[in-house]
Ligand binder design. Structure first.
Ligand code: FES
Ligand code: FES
Length: 139
């Protein structure tokens, strides 16, 4: 019954996913499980058997930042950084679904992820920029 969050952080030393509330409210522990966004603080490890788990450590496949990470960096979408791994994974999930999201879709896509620092506007700008970048790259 150990939580996926604890297995990632303690057993695999993948400390990108953060514990905020520990109750499924803040999204700072978000990871992708078979492509779906989940709160790893709520997932018992036995439910992950055979599942593909992607953490923030796994989204940049090279030493270069993933374009979403780069946009958060350049647009000031990250301050203390506690929410940032979850925000970036939520953005990844959102852009998979809506490559060119409206502001409403961005707000809805990130609704499960709380931030105490940024006031959200810079995060939304980071997501918009990441969407523009990936749309331009696929043209
Ligand atoms: S720590 Fe998991 S949702 Fe807050
Ligand atoms: S950047 Fe600090 S909680 Fe979001």
């Amino acid at each position: 019954m150990k939580r996926l969050l604890d297995v990632l952080r303690e057993d695999f030393q993948l400390t990108g996913a953060k514990e905020g509330c520990g109750e499924g409210e803040c999204g700072s522990c978000s990871v992708l499980m078979n492509g779906d966004l989940v709160n790893s603080c709520l997932v018992p490890i036995l439910q992950t058997e055979g599942a593909k788990i992607t953490t923030i450590e796994g989204i940049a496949m090279t030493e270069k930042l993933h374009p979403i990470q780069q946009c958060f960096l350049e647009e000031g979408g990250a301050q203390c950084g506690i929410c940032t791994p979850g925000m970036i994974l939520a953005t990844h999930h959102l852009l998979d679904k809506y490559p060119n999201p409206t502001m409403e879709q961005i707000q809805e896509g990130l609704a499960g992820n709380l931030c105490r620092c940024t006031g959200y506007m810079r995060i939304f700008e980071s997501v918009k920029r990441a969407a523009e970048l990936s749309t331009a790259q696929t043209r």
